[in-house]
Structures are given as structure tokens and as C-alpha cells.
Design a protein around this ligand. Structure first.
Ligand code: ADP
Length: 192
């Protein structure tokens, strides 16, 4: 069975954690653009050097760079069975770009999962993560910039996917296991 999914949600919604868990269950790779960028930055690749100033400030990396990186990742053999995209698409142009990549491969998305969590809970979780992980972009300015970009550019994308009948909204406020079960149950309805 193939499964092509997007998981959306603001920073702190737990989408990275849930993407990894679902990927294991479904048997497809979780592809996180944030993780890919962090890997490049840690290895000081040319791409890493290029994107570091954007990610550090919570700004989006330019679309050409992000799209090319995703395109290359989606061409890897392990993606034949599907994928869970985490952190992409993040704006309307990236939605169009992803559509083109999939159409070119003759495949389509099965569902778009959106994790919803209210802003206060998000800020609490992010503050906790900042202490635990010490991510470079978990400064108050970069955090609020990312939340603003999510609200302005990324959250509206859910409407486009809802119009296509792909959107599944899941409450992300519960315990990690509970949210995973809700997501898995939602996918039962999607499996084909
Ligand atoms: P978050 O905790 O905000 O969900 P991510 O780990 O997904 O963060 O992404 C970290 C940073 O990587 C973003 O703030 C942005 O600079 C960059 N990034 C990740 N995905 C994209 C994308 N699809 N388009 C542009 N920039 C991106």
C-alpha cells in the first residue's frame, strides 16, 4: 500500500514527533524540511551555509532552494511507497510546486493532516523544547516570526486542501500517544 501524506501544524504542535511515529506505522519515510536544513547546516554544506541566516531568524528559506531540495528528496528510491512531508509545503507557491512534482510522477496525495493546538499551549511547549534542545531558532524573536508566518502563509493552505477533500483536522492538544492514535484512526479512513 502506498501512502502520500502531508502533516501540517504550527511549531510546537508536535508534527515532527507525530510524523516520525506515523512513518514507522505506515512504513514510509518522514521527510522534514526543517531536519534536512539542520543537517545541511551542521555539515556546513554549501546549501547549509546558504540557508543558515534564514532559519536562524525564523524566515522562510527562498522557494527555489527549498523546492529543489524537496524535489531531490522525493526522487530517492525509498519514496516509492510514499512519504509523510513535514514542513512542506509552507506557502501557496510550494503547494503548486509539489502538485507539479507529483503530477510528473503520476501520483497524488492521499491526505493532508492538520494538527491544531491553541497559541498559549504552543508557546508553553516551545519554551520547554527551547530548554531541552537549544535549537538556534528557538529565540523569542524567531519563534514569534515562525508563528506569524504559519498563521499568515501556511494555515490558509489548509483551505485549498479542504476544497480538494484531502484535509483531516486532528486535535493536537492531548498526550503524544493519544494524538498518534487519533491520527492513525483518521488514516484508516484514508487507506486504499
Ligand atoms: P518549526 O519548528 O517552525 O516547525 P521546522 O523545523 O519545520 O520548524 O523548520 C525550521 C526552519 O527551516 C524554518 O523556520 C525555515 O527557516 C526553514 N524551512 C523549513 N521548511 C521550509 C519550507 N517549506 N520553506 C521555506 N523554509 C523552510
Amino acid at each position: 500500500m502506498t501512502m502520500r501524506l502531508i502533516i501540517m501544524g504550527p511549531q510546537g504542535s508536535g508534527k515532527g514527533t507525530q510524523a516520525a511515529r506515523l512513518a514507522t506505522r505506515v512504513g514510509v519515510p518522514a521527510i522534514s524540511t526543517g531536519d534536512l536544513f539542520r543537517w545541511h547546516i551542521s555539515q556546513e554544506t554549501a546549501l547549509g551555509v546558504l540557508v543558515q541566516s534564514y532559519t536562524a531568524h525564523g524566515e522562510l528559506v527562498p522557494d527555489e532552494v527549498t523546492n529543489a531540495m524537496v524535489r531531490e528528496r522525493l526522487n530517492q528510491p525509498d519514496v516509492a511507497s510514499g512519504f509523510i512531508l513535514d514542513g512542506y509545503p509552507r506557502n501557496a507557491a510550494q503547494v503548486g510546486e509539489l502538485d507539479q512534482m507529483l503530477t510528473a510522477d503520476g501520483v497524488a496525495l492521499d491526505a493532508v493532516l492538520e494538527l491544531t493546538v491553541d497559541r498559549d499551549a504552543l508557546l508553553q511547549r516551545i519554551a520547554m523544547r527551547a530548554e531541552l534542545e537549544g535549537r538556534e531558532d528557538d529565540t523569542p524573536d524567531a519563534i514569534s516570526r515562525r508563528l506569524d508566518i504559519y498563521t499568515e502563509q501556511t494555515a490558509p493552505l489548509t483551505h485549498a486542501y479542504a476544497d480538494r477533500g484531502l484535509l483531516v483536522r486532528i486535535d493536537g492538544a492531548g498526550a503524544i500517544d493519544e494524538v498518534t492514535e487519533h491520527l492513525a484512526a483518521a488514516l484508516e479512513g484514508v487507506a486504499r
